[in-house]
Design a protein around this ligand. Structure first.
Ligand SMILES: [Zn+2]
Ligand SMILES: [Zn+2]
Length: 256
């Protein structure tokens, strides 16, 4: 059994918890330490039980809770060698493990494969988590779908996937042109349609859950992202359940 719960998910903060029942991991610490502790309590876990925190990249909506969290706890952080320099400055007492795209590692009874993504950050990563034949993909903050994402995530049973923006809402958001270009560029974020294209390329009958995340509060709505993915799943004729990760509160455990 592998399961995932999200504590927060949007450009205002991202943190997720992944558990085999025996090994508990987190992805990112992009909300306050207080909210992370509270979210873990709702998962019936404590930060001391978390065996590793895997980072996607250094943007503050994925990182900001680390400093306070690391003051009272010895944390095991997993990140690229480059990101480790930033993390060491924020959390000097933490244990660091360097990871590289494509190189699988094991924490407890979960295997983790980092995946290269395309985002304007240093060595940004997505992940494949595997336990006892269950495969969970985790992709956020990427401007495009890469070949290695498709290869490594082929056959996943569940996928946490960014569905960041609706192009019309983005263009009508009043944002400066350069910001709009950044978001929809190759090193920005995935639109609802791009998320659908990726799911189409991964489609198989055992794809049981899709969790839509990092939905922009200004350039998208949960309803719009959900409707877009529902159309994709209907066209594919799959039994896949679609979930929306709430922006500011917890999504209860999804069993992969
Ligand atoms: Zn982000
Ligand atoms: Zn980012």
């Amino acid at each position: 059994m592998l399961r995932i719960s999200t504590l927060a998910s949007s450009s205002k903060g991202n943190t997720s918890v992944i558990s085999s029942g025996k090994t508990h991991l987190m992805v990112d610490t992009g909300i306050s330490a207080m909210r992370i502790r509270k979210g873990l309590e709702e998962c019936e876990l404590s930060i001391q039980q978390v065996e590793g925190i895997f980072y996607t990249h250094e943007h503050s909506d994925h990182l900001c809770g680390l400093g306070v969290l690391a003051k009272k706890n010895v944390l095991n952080l997993y990140c690229s060698r480059y990101l480790a320099r930033d993390l060491r400055a924020i959390a000097p007492g933490a244990k660091m493990t360097y990871i590289e795209p494509g190189s699988m590692l094991q924490v407890g009874d979960i295997n983790i494969t980092p995946i290269e993504v395309s985002h304007d950050a240093a060595d940004p990563m997505g992940y494949l988590f595997e336990h006892d034949g269950c495969k969970l993909g985790y992709i956020t903050d990427t401007g495009r779908i890469t070949k290695s994402m498709r290869n490594i995530l082929s056959g996943v049973h569940a996928l946490y996937l960014e569905s960041n923006y609706d192009p019309d809402m983005l263009h009508n958001s009043g944002r400066p042109y350069d910001i709009i270009e950044r978001i929809q560029g190759d090193w920005g974020h995935l639109s609802n349609a791009q998320a659908g294209e990726f799911v189409t390329s991964l489609a198989h009958p055992e794809l049981r859950h899709i969790i839509l995340g990092h939905i922009s509060p200004e350039c998208n709505t949960p309803e719009c992202a959900l409707a877009s993915m529902q159309r994709t799943i209907q066209q594919l004729g799959l039994p896949t359940q679609i979930h929306v990760a709430p922006q500011a509160c917890r999504l209860a455990w999804i069993e992969v």
